[in-house]
Design a protein around this ligand. Sequence first.
Ligand code: IMP
Ligand code: MG
Length: 345
Amino acid sequence: MPCKVVVGGFWGDEGKGKIISYLALRDKIDIGVRGGVGPNAGHTVEFEGHTYKLRMLPSTFINEKSKALIGAGVLVNPKIFLEEVETTGCGKRAGLDPNCAIIEDKHIEKDKKSSYLSKKIGTTGSGTGPCNVDRVRRRVKTAKDVPELKEFLVDVAFEVNKALDEDKNVLIEGTQGTFLSLYHGTYPYCTSKDVTASSICADVGVGPTRVDEVLVVFKAYVTRVGEGPLPGELPKEEAEKRGWLEVATVTGRVRRAASFNIDLARRAVMLNSATQIAITKLDVLYPECRGVRRFADLPDEAKNFLRNIENSVGVPITLIGTGPEIYDIIDLEATGRISPVKKPK
Ligand code: IMP
Ligand code: MG
């Protein structure tokens, strides 16, 4: 499929980095391009013994033949971008749009010093909200104003659309998760932009008719960092007992946890017009699943858990994560569907 968009289905931290990096290799993509908010995201990629924590570059970078681009809608922290170009060894494969807005120290300060943002909302403190405010006020610096970024400037919308004209494979990477959307999320406990598939495409400069597949990623349980509602939230001790206590990539905060939520999953599928879904961290729910690569080798309990999700949301599960490494995965797109999809009632 030439144009695939991957987004988060809950409150971020669904394991998009792992799914996206796997697809970058499997689909032999030509371009991986990031939409989304900015360096408030933290995507983890484990590949060949290395763990990469990415906040700016797309997780697709591990495919050395692909370009790793950042769309105009994304807010860029130049220091983090340049560090990641260095640590990933991307060099000139990396690029960003001249219209990307620039996060400056004053934005980070405002984010961290505002008790409304840092305490009531519980932001990541990466400056993204205040930077988007300045962007809307038409007072923000853009990437073309920053000399250190000059060599990386690329007309991203043009590059991506040209690649699609030539039938090349493009993967568009979303960040955060559906219920952190400024429009469709748990307002005001949300991020500073819409982050559903439509906006992720707009960030990059691709219109809806060019998109072939929308993959929504769900974790096998739900987590959220920061404030705001989390239906069915477990007490911290219970989450810990179940092994669901995670530590956030960007802020080091402990994530709140709840069981998989079918109603939210159904709504996320609707809001993103999903054509497929991925379920990650199945091995955290069922340790016997660790590293399993064939659906047939899963215990019955895990199979039923997955079938129930698929039948309830009415969209096929195509990928199942069974461990942190990118090849700890069951790929049902490659090996056939797990069950016929029934329409939800
Ligand atoms: P901000 O995006 O830093 O303004 O934070 C607003 C809310 O979104 C807070 O609850 C953050 O914890 C949450 N958030 C932002 N980005 C991410 C992410 O990538 N993963 C998980 N939560 C996020
Ligand atoms: Mg994250």
